[in-house]
Ligand binder design. Structure first.
Ligand code: ADP
Length: 259
């Protein structure tokens, strides 16, 4: 994007939604959707009214991660009713598709769908709407930042150089769009062998922490590589909904956002 995009006239924010927070990453596969789902569940457990909008429209994974399926129903006034799971209201383009069906829309249609998700979904009263963005610095973030009132953004990265490099571009785009960066989350920071306790820094060490220091942004969490997190995501049981150390880590993360 060249120059400094000026905010558009009217900003879309669902009437009852207090804060919209986006969760992005520079690169795919770093755990952005996993973090979005678990953060949403942890915030709900902390007593907040939470929505989760899956705006990763080319690769929607929230239906699977949150364990929901079936086409959303429409309300009497033709709003889409977001299904609820683990205390979180969820909307995803994945709910409109058959399993295995690809989205073959062009960009403008997708942006239209995104706007509809903001204006034509019966979100009701929410303390926070978490938006799971597609990876990279694309149309969706631009649309969201220009057309809606984004309270702030969270960036997820692994410590790996390429992921960090891409995350940096994402942060640059946030700056240009004047979206406040709430903080960084380092995911897959370490693998601790469950048998011997040996720590292996599979994707490198300390990269996200150093980046956060450099740009003066909070490091909100460092989350290890964890088998239960992956299984929970695949089986539609977010780890944050249960007991255990990972769930506690997500509770702490939620606490930091509520502060
Ligand atoms: P993204 O949204 O960035 O593309 P996903 O959240 O879909 O990434 O995660 C990619 C894969 O990595 C998924 O299979 C997910 O279950 C797994 N994953 C994410 N975070 C972790 C973690 N901390 N430990 C283990 N597996 C993880």
């Amino acid at each position: 994007i060249g120059g400094h995009p000026k905010p558009q006239a009217a900003k879309i924010k669902p009437a009852g939604v207090k804060r919209i927070i986006s969760v992005g990453s520079g690169k795919g596969g770093v755990g952005k959707s996993t973090v979005s789902a678990n953060l949403a569940v942890a915030l709900a457990r902390a007593g907040k009214r939470v929505g989760l909008l899956d705006a990763d429209i080319y690769g929607p994974s929230q239906p699977r991660m949150m364990g929901i399926s079936g086409k959303p129903q429409a309300s009497a006034d033709n709003q889409l009713l977001p299904p609820e799971a683990y205390g979180v209201k969820v909307m995803s383009i994945g709910l409109m598709l058959e399993e295995g069906q690809a989205v073959v829309w062009r960009g403008p249609m997708l942006m239209g769908a995104l706007q509809q998700f903001l204006t034509e979904v019966a979100w009701g009263d929410l303390d926070v709407l978490i938006v799971d963005l597609p990876p990279g610095t694309g149309d969706v973030l631009l649309t969201l930042a220009q057309k809606s009132e984004l309270a702030g953004a969270i960036m997820v990265s692994t410590p790996q150089d390429v992921a960090l490099l891409d995350a940096r571009k994402g942060i640059d785009m946030l700056n240009r769009l004047e979206v406040p960066l709430i903080g960084l989350i380092e995911n897959m920071s370490v693998y601790v062998c469950p048998k011997c306790g040996h720590e292996e820094h599979v994707f490198g060490q300390g990269g996200v922490e150093a980046e956060a220091k450099k740009i003066g942004a909070p490091l909100l969490a460092q989350l290890p590589i964890d088998l239960e997190t992956r299984l929970g995501g695949d089986e539609g049981r977010p780890i944050a909904a249960g007991p255990g150390v990972m769930s506690e880590a997500y509770q702490r993360l939620a606490g930091r956002l509520i502060e």
